[in-house]
Design a protein around this ligand. Sequence first.
Ligand code: PLP
Length: 469
Amino acid sequence: MSRQTLLRKIPQLDALLHEDEFQALVNDYGLAPTRTATRVILENLRQEILSAADSQLASIEISLDGLVTATKTYLRSERKNDLRPVLNATGIILHTNLGRAPLSDSAITAIIDNCRGYSNLEYDLENGCRGNRYDNINAIINKLMGSESSLVVNNNAGALLLLLDSIARGREVIVSRGELVEIGGSFRIPEIMTLSGVFLREVGTTNRTRLADYEAAIGDNTAALLKVHSSNFRIEGFTEETSLRELKELADKYDLSLIYDLGSGLIHSDIPAVLSNEPGLSPELLQLVDAVCFSGDKLLGGPQAGIILGNSTLISRLRSNPLLRALRVDKLVLSALTATLRSYQNPDLLAAEIPFYRFLTANEGEIKDRANKLLEILSQQMTDFQLVSCRGEIGAGSAPGIELASWGVGLHANDAPLPLHEIEMRLRLGEPAVVAYISNDILTFDLRCIADDNLYELAQAIANAIREG
Ligand SMILES: *Cc1c(COP(=O)(O)O)cnc(C)c1O
């Protein structure tokens, strides 16, 4: 075929967009992006024809299928870094890199219902005047957690920043050297303190801090004592930690505030055994501290948020701090958090409603059944998958060192049609994306955090990834 004939065979943009195959792309990606992508693909084709050597012309094919595929690939690659769903086959429930806690159905529904249109975010419907975004969630939290007052902000780092800024700006706060933690990413307690204009006064040693160490550090400029849950690490052996009760006595003696960064937000009264070493919120704890703060998306199983509980005077101070404006939660988070906390009003349903608790309390037999079901679906593949026992974790820095015995499906390197790292990569890049892991030459899919509803999708993603070529 001559160069001219080939050029004349390139379809017109608008005619092409009317083809069913392109209409399907318009449905998925919208008209403007599809039009732009198609134009790029047609232009690339034109350039290819113009620049091809005479001998190469014969190999250039123009087909509807080819153009659809090229356009679709282009549209997809444009969006490849957008936030999108991932099937978590790591067995780590609160995987920080995968968005920590998945939301409950009721939280999702609340977001959709309240955010599709308008809402009473800051409007008092009873009195027809301006309302306050924090009042309703405050009432729910106080009732559920027994606090006198509360405030919700963007995340727990923000909660601590607001607390320190409001209580101790320009003054000193005393912390044990055993609690100067880094939570991951860039959250380091000393840095947050600097940011809030507070002078950090470290006391004790990494493994032992006594009450006397705190007391010796107290001076005219001391504003508060800060206790931080060590979250993601454990110090074992020759250790000593000053109890909250002792710190409370000290704080009272010197008229200081006592702040507790609890980190994980365990508020469940009927705590599953694996969490027995995690500090939970209790009436006694609330009696001892001026304020306690924790995350919404760790053991609470809700959206990203920082929840602060404290006495009314303190919370009023936080509410009037201009910094709050920069840390405030939006209607999506308030919707999801309200719904999540409503689930806690009925503890019996917690495991059924909150995905974190469902995954955490799933028993081994149940997960094993799921693994067997996946094996059955995968048995149509010409590849030998096997049932494997695996070990997951809670994640998000909670309950470090605790392993969750689990079951999954594995693919041994000797049985795999491709190198395991290649399959693992294809899974990550697929749709839906799947994050699995390789351990001892076995590509492992831990099924603790995969819902039954997602098994077929997972099987399909695996089938796509192992297909050769
Ligand atoms: C996780 C954690 C934080 C940070 O909470 P975010 O909600 O991620 O901002 C702060 N302090 C402690 C002790 C934590 O465990």
